[in-house]
Design a protein around this ligand. Structure first.
Ligand code: LRH
Ligand code: MN
Ligand code: MN
Length: 430
């Protein structure tokens, strides 16, 4: 029996008040979809099997470089964070795995595994951190890590990544995500070619230490913390990295890491076509790496990304199993509520993409019928799939309205009593 923080009785009582309305809405949507030759049960079953990992660092309040405004009951350590992640999973049934960030989440691997197992959670990709200095490390990453001019700094960064793999192996993870802040702030400050050569050589060292059944994801980001050039700045560079490293290396697409207006769904299609899409950090943005909640600003773009993923599934692309993870910073909301809502938005985009009539779309594309091709996507996107999402949650033991159930539980107030406020706090980002 799992050690759960949310009472099953509370979820049942909350659901009881909503079941009648959900039944009506689900039947009405089922009838609507049947007229489009879509079996609602098949869609609900696929949605129920779609999962997205929660970032351990997302359950603490984030912050900007100007200030951080902690909420009550902030998690004090990784064990508190896992408790919060379990609440999200219990209510949504969409987030069974957690992605850890080292050293923020460093703890005895046996204890981590036992705690996660007790909560019914598993672990997704490990994240290394060579973009900030840990208190006791000999060399600073101020001027870079894997691409640093000094071999001793690069070696320290490689060692750290190997340690992340070792911790990951002990807790059942199967992937390492590497994002570096390396770059420059002034033209001329670093040599583009030489720094990329150093980066590739260091990543090659990490790759050698990757177990056979693991994948390594490199994550690109246009700018920040480096404001003139970044070593791994875009998907082109990322593709080169994954190609040069070998078959266990893939590109990770963080939706917030592109210039505004970039056609991200097309990048996704290209990476799929050439077998190098590793996974996602889902979030949303208006200006840059804003780390806003998934689907909060551009839900149509999220849908278009999922349209590419479902298209690949539909075509039966070999070896296609991207890792789905959230990467957000919550500054003005209760992080648990944001993550609940984001997990639902991500599932919503998936469900809508499943509704696209792919045969019709392909016909319109062949006929150069631009308007009807666009309408085919829009028709799926406009469909309110909430009854499918709610029914998938309900059948799996989750909440029909997870945010309402969470609020009714008083969880935040209770952990506020258990966890005295700390100034600053761990893992609330950057
Ligand atoms: C960098 C990033 C990367 C880090 C996380 C904290 O902006 O997206 O994934 O690991 O934020
Ligand atoms: Mn990210
Ligand atoms: Mn980011």
């Amino acid at each position: 029996m799992y050690d759960l923080r949310m009472s099953g009785d509370l979820i049942a009582a909350e659901n009881a008040a909503r079941e009648g309305a959900l039944k009506n809405d689900y039947e009405a949507l089922g009838a609507n979809l049947a007229r489009r030759n879509i079996d609602i049960e098949a869609i609900t079953a696929q949605v129920a099997q779609f999962f997205v990992a929660v970032p351990s660092w997302g359950v603490g309040t984030g912050g900007t470089r100007f200030a951080r405004f902690p909420g009550i009951g902030e998690p004090r350590n990784i064990f508190d964070k896992l408790d919060d992640c379990a609440v999200i999973q219990q209510l949504t049934r969409a987030t069974p795995n957690v992605s850890l960030h080292i050293p923020w989440d460093k703890a005895n691997p046996k204890e981590l595994k036992a705690k996660a197992e007790a909560l019914g959670l598993g672990f997704d990709a490990m994240n290394s951190n060579t973009f900030s200095d840990a208190p006791d490390q000999p060399h600073s990453y101020k001027f870079g890590s894997l691409s640093h001019v000094d071999l001793a700094v690069r070696a320290q960064a490689v060692e750290h990544n190997i340690e992340c793999i070792e911790i990951g192996e002990a807790i059942g993870s199967k992937a390492l995500t590497v994002w570096v802040g390396d770059g420059s702030n002034f033209p001329g400050q670093s040599n583009f070619t030489r720094s990329f050569e150093r980066y590739l050589a260091a990543m090659g060292e990490i790759y050698k230490n990757l177990p056979d059944d693991w994948r390594i994801f490199s994550e690109h980001k246009m700018y920040e913390p480096a404001f003139y050039s970044s070593v791994v700045q875009d998907w082109g560079t990322n593709y080169l990295i994954a190609s040069m490293l070998g078959p266990k290396a893939f590109c990770l697409v963080d939706l917030g890491h592109h210039a505004p207006n970039t056609n991200i769904e097309m990048i996704v299609a290209r990476l799929i076509q050439f077998g190098k899409l590793g996974g996602f950090h889902f979030n949303d943005s208006k200006y840059g790496d804003d780390d806003l909640d998934a689907g909060a600003i551009e839900p149509y773009r999220l849908f278009l990304v999922f349209n590419e993923l479902v298209d690949a599934e539909h075509r039966g692309v070999r070896g296609f199993h991207p890792a789905h993870m959230i990467d957000q910073s919550h500054n003005v909301t209760d992080p648990i509520e944001s993550l609940i809502s984001s997990a639902n938005e991500i599932r919503r985009a998936y469900a809508q993409a499943l509704l696209v009539d792919r045969e019709a779309l392909s016909g319109y594309q062949d006929d150069n019928d631009a308007l009807m091709a666009s309408e085919t996507l829009k028709r799926a996107y406009r469909t309110d799939v909430e009854p499918i999402l709610a029914e998938a949650r309900r059948r799996a033991g989750g909440a029909i309205d997870p945010v309402a159930a969470y609020r009714a539980s008083g969880y935040r107030r209770k952990v506020g009593d258990e966890r005295p406020a700390v100034k600053g706090g761990s893992g609330g980002i950057v």
